[in-house]
Design a protein around this ligand. Structure first.
Ligand SMILES: Nc1ncnc2c1ncn2[C@@H]1O[C@H](COP(=O)(O)OP(=O)(O)OP(=O)(O)O)[C@@H](O)[C@H]1O
Ligand SMILES: [Mg+2]
Length: 227
């Protein structure tokens, strides 16, 4: 049997807005295999970001069960403590967002190496040069983010997400701020990372070219998976 890296059962997220209850994620059961490339699509407000944040352990579920790798994140109405979640987020996941969230005062190299500021010193480390080379950024290492194109900024964000060698890469609209040429470039990079490095990729996108790179496309509607 294939190894599952993420398993959710009846996972829900409920937001309270005043007296109103918003069920952003509604009993989602999903199994994602190690090395799989999955994309979530669906209209605005269908719960894509909320679900991605649950699967990525960035947010606590309100109901259901969630297992990530060997860790039981949520079970019997209880989620893992923040203290235990921190190393899981840091060691298992890389995160990419629509807004690149680069630090404007740091160079490309410093931005790529930023995750190491939060990691134990004795761990194995990759060089920024090697990862920059892989992402076509070798000539940009000493530049500041403002000197880059949008596509380059997102590639720096991807390099930063990969520096800790995550098993799972999560991306929320990674091409949302890019033109079609740059978007295709990012789509190609994600596809290569999945095929060549067997990184599990879970992505949310409105971009059909990007969504089509995934082996499985899952449609969300009102917080639920559409059959
Ligand atoms: N922090 C929050 N507080 C209250 N409601 C929220 C919060 N975050 C999201 N919601 C609501 O939950 C629902 C799902 O939102 P979510 O952001 O997950 O949708 P989405 O599919 O990512 O949309 P988009 O395509 O616009 O990014 C929406 O009704 C949204 O208004
Ligand atoms: Mg969203």
């Amino acid at each position: 049997m294939d190894n599952m890296i993420i398993q959710s059962k009846d996972l829900s997220k409920i937001y309270l807005r005043g007296a109103e209850k918003i069920v952003a994620v509604d009993s989602v059961s999903i199994d994602i295999k190690e090395g799989e490339f999955v994309s979530f699509i669906g209209p605005s407000g269908s719960g894509k970001t909320s679900l991605l944040h649950l699967l990525g352990c960035l947010d606590n579920p309100d109901q259901g069960e969630l297992i990530v790798d060997v860790f039981s994140i949520m079970k019997d109405g209880k989620s893992l403590s923040e203290k235990k979640l921190t190393p899981i987020r840091r060691d298992l996941f890389g995160y990419i967002f629509q807004k690149f969230y680069l630090i404007p005062t740091l160079t490309v190299k410093e931005n790529i190496l930023l995750p190491y500021a939060f990691m134990p010193r004795n761990g194995e480390r990759q060089s920024a040069e090697a990862i920059a080379e892989k992402l076509g950024l070798a000539h940009r290492l000493t530049h500041l983010p403002k000197e880059l194109s949008g596509g380059e900024m997102q590639r720096v964000a991807i390099a930063r997400a990969l520096i800790n060698k995550p098993k799972i890469l999560l991306a929320d609209e990674p091409t949302g701020n890019l033109d079609s040429k740059r978007s295709d470039e990012i789509a190609g990079i994600l596809s290569d990372l999945n095929k060549e490095d067997q990184i599990t990729i879970i992505l949310v996108t409105h971009n059909p070219v990007l969504a089509a790179k995934a082996g499985r496309i899952i449609e969300l509607e009102d917080g639920r998976i559409r059959d």
